[in-house]
Design a protein around this ligand. Sequence first.
Ligand code: AP5
Ligand code: MG
Length: 220
Amino acid sequence: MIRIIMLGAPGSGKGTQTQLLSKYFCIPFISAGEILRQEIRKNEKNKNYIKNIINKGKLVKNSFIIKIIKKKIQEKIYLNGFILDGFPRTIKQAESLKKYIKIEFILYLKIKLENIINRIEGRLIHESSGRTYHETLNPPKKKNIDNITGELLTKRKDDTKKIIITRLQEYEKFTKPLIKWFKKEELKNTIKYLEINANTSIQYIHKKIIKKLNINQKNN
Ligand code: AP5
Ligand code: MG
């Protein structure tokens, strides 16, 4: 049983590493951003609210995302572990999560600002699966085509320079304080906080994460 939270700035590689870890451990993942983007496509009622916020680069209301994630985590497939990508993103969200589930690991992907913009600006996504590529750093086998389905890749609407600036401000204001919060939780022995240098290659980071998780699982 392993339950992991992926923490990091926009573009730090949370989604990319989540997909690799999910395969490695054979456990499912929950991506808050993906769920919200799916809601825009499928849920008429919430569509405009979510779209407006995401396209401004702001965070959706705590109560809104907390309700969605809580319901999702209770689904049967997550009983034996999961990776949470992009949740919690505020202290309120972390406090709420703590009340109903025990998390073993926090993986904080630490990235330099100069790498963020480049990664986000070149990102390509496969909409229905959330698979992520990069035009130059992690290109698909065929230009603009998803490796698995053969469908066209697109750009995220919030991946523009202007919106990235707001996303980074939101990260600094609401999400970064979580690092301190999780470190305090670690002192109470409730979780294990692991920091990873996310400025290197995708495969190198993946290997580092596996190594750190394996060492710390043995120690638990
Ligand atoms: P979300 O989709 O979670 O966006 P984010 O946090 O801004 O993070 P990103 O998905 O942009 O980056 P990532 O870390 O996943 O990087 P990736 O692996 O793709 O959230 C979107 C929005 O939804 C938020 O702005 C907010 O409005 C809302 N939301 C979501 N959760 C919420 C919550 N809990 N509360 C409130 N609102 C919420 O990699 C980026 C690129 O770099 C890719 O192209 C990839 O191929 C490439 N890459 C990755 N790793 C490397 C590497 N090591 N070397 C080179 N290239 C790399
Ligand atoms: Mg992501």
